[in-house]
Design a protein around this ligand. Structure first.
Ligand code: FES
Length: 184
Protein backbone atom coordinates (compact mmCIF):
# COMPACT_ATOMS: atom_id res chain seq x y z
CA UNK A 1 0.00 0.00 0.00
CA UNK A 2 0.97 3.62 -0.54
CA UNK A 3 1.34 4.38 3.18
CA UNK A 4 3.91 1.60 3.65
CA UNK A 5 5.85 2.76 0.58
CA UNK A 6 5.88 6.36 1.86
CA UNK A 7 7.06 5.18 5.27
CA UNK A 8 9.89 3.15 3.70
CA UNK A 9 10.90 6.07 1.51
CA UNK A 10 11.01 8.39 4.54
CA UNK A 11 13.09 5.85 6.43
CA UNK A 12 15.46 5.55 3.49
CA UNK A 13 15.79 9.34 3.12
CA UNK A 14 16.30 9.79 6.87
CA UNK A 15 19.08 7.20 6.91
CA UNK A 16 20.68 8.71 3.83
CA UNK A 17 20.72 12.21 5.37
CA UNK A 18 21.98 10.80 8.64
CA UNK A 19 24.92 9.08 6.89
CA UNK A 20 25.62 12.21 4.89
CA UNK A 21 25.78 14.35 8.07
CA UNK A 22 27.93 11.73 9.74
CA UNK A 23 30.43 11.78 6.87
CA UNK A 24 30.39 15.60 6.81
CA UNK A 25 31.05 15.75 10.54
CA UNK A 26 33.96 13.32 10.27
CA UNK A 27 35.55 15.32 7.43
CA UNK A 28 35.13 18.58 9.37
CA UNK A 29 36.69 17.05 12.50
CA UNK A 30 39.65 15.73 10.51
CA UNK A 31 40.13 19.11 8.82
CA UNK A 32 40.08 20.97 12.12
CA UNK A 33 42.67 18.55 13.53
CA UNK A 34 44.82 18.86 10.42
CA UNK A 35 44.63 22.64 10.22
CA UNK A 36 44.92 23.26 13.95
CA UNK A 37 47.07 26.38 14.38
CA UNK A 38 50.47 26.29 16.07
CA UNK A 39 49.01 28.37 18.90
CA UNK A 40 46.68 25.52 19.87
CA UNK A 41 49.56 23.05 19.78
CA UNK A 42 51.47 25.38 22.07
CA UNK A 43 48.41 25.53 24.35
CA UNK A 44 48.15 21.75 24.48
CA UNK A 45 51.86 21.46 25.30
CA UNK A 46 51.29 23.95 28.09
CA UNK A 47 48.39 21.87 29.42
CA UNK A 48 50.41 18.66 29.16
CA UNK A 49 53.45 20.12 30.90
CA UNK A 50 51.42 21.81 33.66
CA UNK A 51 49.81 18.49 34.50
CA UNK A 52 52.81 16.22 33.84
CA UNK A 53 56.02 18.28 34.06
CA UNK A 54 58.17 15.11 33.98
CA UNK A 55 56.76 13.97 30.63
CA UNK A 56 59.60 13.51 28.12
CA UNK A 57 58.04 16.10 25.77
CA UNK A 58 58.37 18.72 28.52
CA UNK A 59 62.14 18.46 28.98
CA UNK A 60 62.85 21.66 27.04
CA UNK A 61 59.48 23.31 27.55
CA UNK A 62 59.70 26.67 29.30
CA UNK A 63 56.37 27.86 30.72
CA UNK A 64 55.25 31.47 31.04
CA UNK A 65 57.63 34.34 30.34
CA UNK A 66 61.20 34.92 31.35
CA UNK A 67 61.64 37.20 34.34
CA UNK A 68 63.92 40.19 33.95
CA UNK A 69 65.33 42.54 36.52
CA UNK A 70 63.74 45.97 36.81
CA UNK A 71 66.09 47.29 34.10
CA UNK A 72 64.87 44.62 31.67
CA UNK A 73 67.90 42.30 31.80
CA UNK A 74 67.09 38.56 31.88
CA UNK A 75 67.51 37.08 35.34
CA UNK A 76 70.07 34.27 35.63
CA UNK A 77 69.32 32.11 38.64
CA UNK A 78 72.94 31.39 39.61
CA UNK A 79 73.80 35.11 39.62
CA UNK A 80 70.60 36.02 41.41
CA UNK A 81 71.26 33.60 44.24
CA UNK A 82 74.89 34.57 44.70
CA UNK A 83 74.87 36.41 47.98
CA UNK A 84 71.05 36.44 48.22
CA UNK A 85 69.80 36.33 51.78
CA UNK A 86 66.99 33.96 52.75
CA UNK A 87 63.91 36.05 53.47
CA UNK A 88 64.77 38.72 50.93
CA UNK A 89 62.39 39.82 48.20
CA UNK A 90 63.68 40.57 44.71
CA UNK A 91 61.71 42.71 42.26
CA UNK A 92 61.37 41.24 38.76
CA UNK A 93 59.40 42.07 35.63
CA UNK A 94 57.92 39.87 32.95
CA UNK A 95 54.17 39.61 32.92
CA UNK A 96 52.11 42.64 31.94
CA UNK A 97 49.88 42.34 35.00
CA UNK A 98 51.24 42.91 37.55
CA UNK A 99 54.12 44.73 35.92
CA UNK A 100 56.39 43.86 38.82
CA UNK A 101 56.45 40.87 41.12
CA UNK A 102 58.71 40.03 44.04
CA UNK A 103 60.57 36.72 44.08
CA UNK A 104 60.79 35.13 47.51
CA UNK A 105 64.22 33.84 48.53
CA UNK A 106 64.02 30.90 50.93
CA UNK A 107 66.64 28.86 52.79
CA UNK A 108 69.31 27.36 50.61
CA UNK A 109 69.14 30.00 49.24
CA UNK A 110 66.44 28.99 46.76
CA UNK A 111 63.72 30.79 44.88
CA UNK A 112 60.21 29.96 46.09
CA UNK A 113 57.67 28.57 43.64
CA UNK A 114 55.59 31.71 43.92
CA UNK A 115 56.18 35.44 43.58
CA UNK A 116 54.13 38.20 45.16
CA UNK A 117 52.36 40.68 42.89
CA UNK A 118 52.53 44.39 43.52
CA UNK A 119 49.02 45.52 42.65
CA UNK A 120 47.34 46.84 45.79
CA UNK A 121 43.99 45.15 46.26
CA UNK A 122 42.38 48.37 47.47
CA UNK A 123 42.38 50.51 44.32
CA UNK A 124 45.24 49.15 42.29
CA UNK A 125 48.27 51.30 43.14
CA UNK A 126 51.68 49.63 43.10
CA UNK A 127 53.00 48.57 46.48
CA UNK A 128 56.70 48.63 47.33
CA UNK A 129 58.72 46.20 49.46
CA UNK A 130 60.18 47.84 52.57
CA UNK A 131 62.87 45.44 53.82
CA UNK A 132 63.41 47.30 57.07
CA UNK A 133 59.72 46.83 57.97
CA UNK A 134 59.42 43.45 56.19
CA UNK A 135 56.22 44.78 54.66
CA UNK A 136 54.78 45.77 51.31
CA UNK A 137 53.48 49.31 51.62
CA UNK A 138 51.02 51.09 49.36
CA UNK A 139 51.82 54.77 48.77
CA UNK A 140 48.23 55.74 47.92
CA UNK A 141 46.13 55.11 51.05
CA UNK A 142 48.57 53.37 53.35
CA UNK A 143 47.62 49.70 53.09
CA UNK A 144 50.32 47.38 54.35
CA UNK A 145 50.95 43.71 53.70
CA UNK A 146 53.29 41.28 55.43
CA UNK A 147 56.18 39.50 53.68
CA UNK A 148 53.74 36.97 52.23
CA UNK A 149 51.41 39.65 50.92
CA UNK A 150 48.73 39.25 53.63
CA UNK A 151 46.97 42.42 54.78
CA UNK A 152 48.20 43.81 58.09
CA UNK A 153 46.71 47.27 57.66
CA UNK A 154 43.79 48.48 55.56
CA UNK A 155 41.95 49.88 53.78
CA UNK A 156 42.87 46.88 51.57
CA UNK A 157 41.06 43.73 52.62
CA UNK A 158 42.43 41.05 50.31
CA UNK A 159 46.01 39.76 50.07
CA UNK A 160 48.31 40.63 47.20
CA UNK A 161 48.08 38.35 44.17
CA UNK A 162 50.57 35.57 43.53
CA UNK A 163 52.44 34.43 40.44
CA UNK A 164 53.72 30.94 39.83
CA UNK A 165 57.49 30.76 39.51
CA UNK A 166 59.30 28.00 37.61
CA UNK A 167 63.08 27.80 37.79
CA UNK A 168 64.42 25.94 34.76
CA UNK A 169 67.57 26.07 32.62
CA UNK A 170 68.99 28.79 34.89
CA UNK A 171 65.97 30.99 34.10
CA UNK A 172 63.18 32.30 36.28
CA UNK A 173 59.84 31.89 34.47
CA UNK A 174 56.74 33.76 35.61
CA UNK A 175 53.32 32.23 35.07
CA UNK A 176 49.92 33.77 35.87
CA UNK A 177 48.23 32.00 38.72
CA UNK A 178 44.58 31.22 39.35
CA UNK A 179 43.38 32.83 42.61
CA UNK A 180 42.11 29.45 43.85
CA UNK A 181 45.68 28.19 44.29
CA UNK A 182 46.97 30.16 47.26
CA UNK A 183 49.11 28.50 49.93
CA UNK A 184 48.80 31.41 52.39
FE1 FES B 1 46.56 50.90 47.96
FE2 FES B 1 44.43 52.42 48.30
S1 FES B 1 45.30 51.77 46.45
S2 FES B 1 45.72 51.59 49.80
Amino acid sequence: PTTTATFCLNQFNGRRYFLRYLAGGAIAALSVGYLRPAQSLEASLEELCSAFPLNSRCKDYLPGVQATDVKGQPVAVDQLLTGAQPGSRIAVKGLADPAIGYLVVTDGPKIAEYAIGTTCTHLGCTVAWKPEQKRFVCPCHGSQYDDQGRVVQGPARRPLGLLTVVVKQNQVRLVSRTPAIDPR
